[in-house]
Write a new protein. Structure first.
Lengths: 213, 112
């Protein structure tokens, strides 16, 4: 009886008597124990790399490590370091090289300022960067797209869109700030006079504006 | 010739050459605050475009009445610029190399 139990145990332990077999779940001929990706038939061994291209734009950065691969490294990795310039932004496929600029339009209002430097770019400089500067620099406030030009403005006390007095230079856009006007020839800029608005918007001949004896 | 006189001569030649090659200069005023007519000199003061400080441009006008036609024609332009502040840019071209009449042109441009 005891001999029968031992024989049964041997048969069960050998898996039915088919001989020894190595586990290979993905059937890539690499044993699971040695396979770095036991469930992926395209990858089985660790390969060393010295550069990588995370954004797949064809431009690499230096980085070392190992990656589970097949017979060769995947396209995003290379076994050699970067020979020339590395990708300046390996998280953005549209930018890979540093290009020089001499003018900027940070607020994208179509008016730039002189500002030199380098910026990570694609084939061309990104929007808001220029290789040629405007002469003279156009934008007096490159942080606000509603302002770009220096102009003399006049206080407009009566709100009729024409100011008076001595002008001051201010950074403006299409119009002056509230309380100011781009025009400065109001003959009566009196907020206390309700009839004054409108008077100065009429074009007056030069002789009407000139004091006469 | 001593080295000192050579230096003086060189400096004089350089000055003459500089004056002879001086090109006409364009000015564009954003606003004008003052205009002076003197006997042989005219000046105008104001803010040039894209600047923040006052500038005075002065030029020679050595002509008599018959030959000062250009200045005479420019006077109403200057007055209009003063009286209609903000309406126009004043464009001036002055040639400092000219001996007697240094103003080349004057004009108004709508400022918008």
């Amino acid at each position: 009886m005891s001999c029968l139990l031992v024989a049964c145990a041997i048969v069960a332990g050998c898996g039915g008597g088919g001989g020894s077999r190595v586990a290979d779940a993905d059937r890539d001929s690499v044993a699971d124990a040695q396979d770095c990706a036991p469930n992926d038939p395209t990858a089985s061994r660790l390969l060393a790399f010295q550069s990588e291209d995370k954004d797949s734009d064809g431009h690499f950065v230096n980085a070392t490590g190992e990656v589970c691969a097949g017979s060769a490294l995947p396209p995003k990795y290379a076994s050699t370091p970067v020979a020339g310039s590395a990708d300046c932004d390996d998280a953005n496929a549209t930018r890979w090289q540093l290009l020089a600029y001499v003018a900027r339009d940070a607020d994208i209002d179509g008016h730039n300022i002189a500002s030199a430097g380098q910026v990570c770019s694609g084939t061309n400089l990104p929007s808001g960067y220029f290789a040629v500067a405007a002469v003279p620099p156009e934008d007096c406030n490159d942080a606000d797209s509603s302002m770009w030009r220096l102009m003399t403005v006049w206080t407009d006390a009566d709100g009729d869109a024409v100011g008076a007095g001595r002008g001051t230079v201010s950074c403006v856009g299409n119009a002056a700030a509230a309380g100011f006007s781009l025009l400065g020839y109001d003959p009566l800029d009196d907020p206390a006079n309700p009839s004054s608005p409108g008077t100065s918007t009429v074009e007056l001949a030069a002789w009407q504006l000139t004091p006469r004896l | 010739m001593t080295s000192l006189s050579r230096l003086a001569s060189a400096a004089l030649l350089a000055t003459i050459a500089s004056a002879a090659t001086a090109a006409p200069t364009d000015y564009a005023f954003d606003s004008v605050s003052r205009f002076d007519l003197k006997k042989t000199e005219i000046s105008i003061t104001g803010i040039l475009r894209n600047t923040t400080t006052s500038t005075t441009v002065t030029w020679l006008d050595n002509g008599n009445t018959d030959f000062s036609y250009l200045v005479s024609r420019c006077v109403p332009v200057f007055l209009t610029m003063l009286e209609k502040s903000g309406r126009y840019y004043l464009n001036l071209t002055v040639d400092p190399a000219m001996a007697n009449f240094q103003i080349i042109s004057c004009g108004l441009e709508l400022r918008n």
